[in-house]
Design a protein around this ligand. Sequence first.
Ligand code: AMP
Ligand code: GLY
Length: 417
Amino acid sequence: MKVAVIGNGGREHAIIKKIKENSKVSKIYAIPGNGGLSKDAECVNIGALETEKIIEFVKNENIEFVVVAQDDPLVKGTVDELEKIGVPSFGPNKAAAIIEGSKVFSKNLMKKYNIPTAAYEVFQDKESALEYLETAPMPTVIKADGLALGKGVIIANNKEEAQKAVLDMMENKVFGESGSNVVIEEFLEGYEVTVLAFTDGKVVKPMVSSSDHKRALDNDEGLNTGGMGTIAPNPFYSKELAGECMEKIFIPTINAMKMENRTFKGCLYFGLMITKNGPKVIEYNCRFGDPEAQVVLPLLETDLLDIMTAIYNEKLEEIDVKFKEKSACCVIMASGGYPVSYEKGYEITLPEKLDSEIFFAGTKIENDKIYTNGGRVLGVTAIGDNLKEAIENSYKDVEKIHFTNVHYRKDIGKKYI
Ligand code: AMP
Ligand code: GLY
């Protein structure tokens, strides 16, 4: 069976490695992938948003299953185009991907179906947003409606910061059309947990919980990034809490999407804040998280392609989705200066043998040598019997990997032990 995975980061590498475990798979393409992962998949020089070229390629190569892993091709409707040519795929169609593509949509959905989330208001012009801020409680949270490379959320500590965020989004258009509408919402306090869940629109099967570390520097200081490291499972996410989330959030969300004629099939990402008044949704994403996938998928015992195929056929009910009773830690090795400005093109030296799994992201390959080619360069994931062991194992291997100007956080997972 020939499979293609659309996307270019560490998440895609984690998906590719897992799919490779299926003996029916004869070949995997990454569209476009990145140099470092080319040992595991053939990288195709087509951008993730070049839908027409992707469709041609899938037809010409007789690809039998496509995983659309990245947010923007999902929101753009790549799954719908694959459906038109009769090629099965994994991921929500355009109508369902709006759950990530529009924060106004997702907030209104939660309100309509009583799914717990932060209180909010939607604004379509800057005047009314600014007027609202005159009396809004601080801190407050300003969110651009559309996709913004994970940067469209500003936590404002005071009125001036909030006004600046509104003007940046609505007047200066720093996120383009994504900021034409904004959501201003209540600041929630608590601890954050991510739960990725498989769903075929009928049943929902949550994966082990995880937690990202979004800030660039130790002790959660510095700028927000795409994610500097993850752990799974999150030890604070108890069985009771999981039960509560299932009943109040996961099942109601799947049913709400069905009611709206937007049946969601694929991996739904629940970003949760566990507050003293119970769990609340901070955000939905329509795909695996990056780098959440890099800790959750290595713990998955059930065959990933079997799960994905079952979801396509709306038969997820028949699959027993199992995870190892272990912990995982992923440390991201980045280019110094990320997420602002950084140099690239440095050779990455890797030891012959590592106990951890390496998931390549911002890399390229030339004459069999791997070079840095982006902000987040690679992720090092280790498994352990418990979280402490997973963290130690991961850092042991991080220290054996070298490139000029490397930057990584030294405290991934520390606050959870
Ligand atoms: P997002 O880009 O939607 O993942 O949001 C980025 C981060 O902003 C989240 O991981 C939270 O840490 C934080 N955040 C978003 N919404 C809220 C909120 N209502 N209250 C507190 N923190 C929030
Ligand atoms: N790690 C956060 C995300 O994938 O959106």
